[in-house]
Design a protein around this ligand. Structure first.
Ligand code: NAD
Length: 325
């Protein structure tokens, strides 16, 4: 579609139908969640531009090759990449690129700050100047950190325990200000642990468990394994992103999680069930910055019509099929 025909989402436009033909920029489009988001937007007929510092890996469910996805290959901490990514006429941005590892953020807080705050600030500023109407940020429940003493919802005070959580909280603050002061509608989706197909390169609980099931390594359980976590399927995250893009009344933080938590030991048992394999497990001391528990209330997202569709059992079975056939 020629550039002139691609405009911002009009204030009254709702639903994903309004995305057809619209320029949507997805940062981190070569990543785990990004690949699924890019594919879904392509299916809806959006004019997708992916920005990443690495090209999309061909074996993942990326649409490159099948669809016409534009790619800006570069690092968003470089200003030219931000400028090249957001042109006038861009309707919306889905910002997924980030320093995503809590552990790495503890080792390199400045790197997390540069990537998760400074690059985001530059992207928001560029969005303001380009007239972008909607900005969806992948945030995390790590923003509440020390405040995670009960069920987590959007009104729990921000008390991050790690640079990762702090930079996501700072990102939410920037989003709030660009929304209030400049009308760039900002939605911060606070994702719980996301899992699903195409995460073989990730180093989070589910792929680690799959590697243990494959006999490649032992699965490390931090502490006694009774800490509970919420696992949300990537298909449900994609539907939350699409909902955020198409819902003019949605802004600010929105918790996106299954709304059902399981202990780490329960997850081990569920993966044994899904793979039909025994998992070698090693107990190691708990890591610094670990949230005591993650139990979420997803009722705000539900009030916009979102609800998780994939049960943990069904989602793990799909992942197990991808790994073991
Ligand atoms: N996966 C989860 O469980 C989870 C949970 C909560 C929040 N999130 C957030 O969701 C987003 C996506 O997570 P993911 O699991 O898909 O991560 P991922 O690591 O698979 O993908 C991130 C992508 O961003 C790219 N990237 C990072 N920094 C960049 C930069 N400066 N410039 C250009 N590209 C850059 C990487 O190359 C990568 O392809 C992140 O913001 C993450 O913090 C993820």
């Amino acid at each position: 579609m020629p550039e002139a025909e691609v405009g911002p989402l009009a204030p009254g436009q709702t639903g994903t139908a309004s995305l057809a033909g619209r320029r949507v920029v997805v940062t981190g489009g070569s990543g785990f969640i990004g690949g699924h988001v890019v594919a879904a937007l392509c299916r809806l007929g959006a004019d997708v531009l992916s920005v990443d510092r690495r090209p999309a890996h061909p074996f993942r469910c990326h649409p490159q090759g099948d669809h016409d996805v534009k790619l800006v290959l570069g690092d968003l901490t470089d200003r030219w990449v931000v400028d090249a990514s957001v042109e006038a006429g861009t309707a919306a941005i889905v910002h997924l690129a980030a320093q995503t590892s809590v552990l790495r953020s503890l080792q390199d807080p400045q790197g997390a700050l540069d990537n998760n705050v400074t690059a985001l600030g530059a992207l928001l500023e560029r969005s303001r100047k380009a007239g972008v109407s909607t900005f969806v940020l992948a945030s995390s429940n790590a923003v509440v950190g020390r405040g995670a003493t009960g069920t987590l919802h959007e009104r729990v005070p921000l008390m991050p325990l790690t640079p990762y959580g702090a930079t996501k909280a700072a990102g939410e603050m920037l989003l709030s200000c660009y929304d209030a002061a400049y009308g760039v509608r900002g939605v911060a989706l606070r994702l719980t642990n996301v899992y699903g197909p195409a995460m073989t390169e990730k180093d989070t609980a589910v792929p680690r468990l799959m590697r243990a099931a494959a006999g490649e390594s032992r699965f490390e359980v931090y502490g006694d394994g009774s800490q509970v976590r919420d696992y949300v399927n990537v298909a449900d995250v994609v539907s939350a992103v699409l909902l955020a893009l198409g819902s003019p009344a949605m802004s600010g933080p929105v918790v996106i999680g299954a709304g059902h938590s399981v202990s780490v030991l329960d997850l081990v048992a569920l993966v044994e069930q899904a793979t039909g394999r025994h998992l070698p497990v090693a107990h190691v001391p708990a890591k610094a910055g670990e949230m005591p528990a993650v139990v979420v209330d997803n009722s705000l997202a539900r009030s916009f019509g979102w609800s998780p569709q994939v049960s943990l059992e069904a989602g793990l079975a799909e992942v197990a099929r991808e790994w073991f056939g």
